[in-house]
Write a protein that binds this ligand. Structure first.
Ligand code: COA
Length: 283
């Protein structure tokens, strides 16, 4: 039986190496409940080790990507009740694990396919994903100020890491919503596309990522993420060691094969290879 067959809040669909994970509480705009967080943690852990999964796409059912933490189940019922203290600790751990720790460090590429509302706590998994493509109409907002709380968990830190200082302050302090094109301008997402193109554009990127050497992709994303917090000297040492680890792990021998194809066979020029947009119609 598939690991996800008993999930009630998360859908998993696997096709050609691309696994689409859908938060599935559309009636609550995919707000994160304690049960959803437990299922997502289980899901992410399983997908890390799943040989059939080369790329993960994270999206939401219905009109929302994710409306943040469930204000009723989390803030009012769980956080506010001393009788739930142990469950609160467990859930805090699960939500942090899947939305940041496991997702940010996920060994394969991840794409946020932002189909609609993205609010509050959802910014954590948005930034944790390696790529983000949104529908032009998707609405983003750090609405915490309206509830008398700060963008907590890791939201402030993640938002700060993704956008410039002025935008971080402006949008978190005002709580003002913004759409896909503005999210691109501030560097929060890669691309904003017409709503009807969202799925196809994400699949074009996902297929391209799935066709790359998985070990080289894994090491590259680790290199970019890890060196953000390092000094120049630490980064230099780390990158030498990381390259050594990559050539040890890479069973395809991508380094030797790629250079040989370029220098000896003259059969490959990565700098000239067109982006495979022609596949768009076949999605
Ligand atoms: N927590 C709990 N429930 C939520 C929720 C959240 N974060 N976001 C939406 N819901 C629930 C609503 O209470 C409503 O439940 P009901 O049908 O039992 O009344 C249902 O989802 C649909 O929401 P509704 O507001 O009617 O949908 P909409 O499409 O008109 O608006 C939003 C969608 C996302 C703009 C709006 O629901 C909203 O502003 N939600 C709050 C988002 C937020 O501030 N999140 C940050 C939390 S820190």
């Amino acid at each position: 039986m598939a690991f996800y067959s008993n999930y009630k809040n998360v859908l998993v669909d696997k096709k050609d190496g691309i696994t689409t994970v859908t938060l599935n509480r559309p009636e609550k705009r995919n707000a994160m409940s304690p049960d959803l967080d437990e299922e997502m943690l289980d899901c992410i852990l399983n997908l890390e080790a799943d040989a059939e999964t080369l790329v993960v796409v994270l999206t939401g059912a219905g009109p929302a990507w994710c409306a943040g933490m469930d204000l009723k189940l989390y803030f009012r019922e769980l956080e506010g009740d001393p009788a739930n203290a142990a469950k609160h600790v467990r859930t805090e751990w699960a939500t942090h694990q899947w939305r940041w720790h496991r997702l940010y460090n996920f060994p394969k590429p991840t794409i946020a396919m932002v189909n609609g509302f993205c609010f509050g706590g959802a910014f954590t998994q948005l930034v944790a994903c390696d790529f983000a493509i949104a529908a032009n109409s998707a609405t983003f907002g750090l609405s915490e100020v309206n509830w008398g709380v700060i963008p907590g968990g890791l939201v402030s830190k993640a938002f700060n890491a993704a956008v410039n200082y002025r935008d971080a302050l402006y949008y978190s302090i005002t709580g003002k919503p913004f759409q896909g094109p503005e999210a691109v301008r501030m560097g929060l997402i890669n691309e904003s596309v017409p709503d009807e193109r969202l799925h196809d554009e994400v699949m074009i990127l996902a297929r391209q990522l799935a066709s790359l050497n998985p070990e080289a992709v894994r090491a590259t994303k680790q290199a970019i993420k890890a060196t953000r917090e390092m000094t120049i000297e630490q980064a230099h040492e780390y990158l030498i060691a990381k390259n050594g680890q990559l050539s040890h792990r890479d069973r395809e021998g991508g380094y030797y094969q790629g250079i040989s194809k370029f220098i000896d066979a003259k059969a490959y020029r990565p700098g000239l290879e067109p982006y495979p947009r022609d596949k768009a119609d076949n999605v």
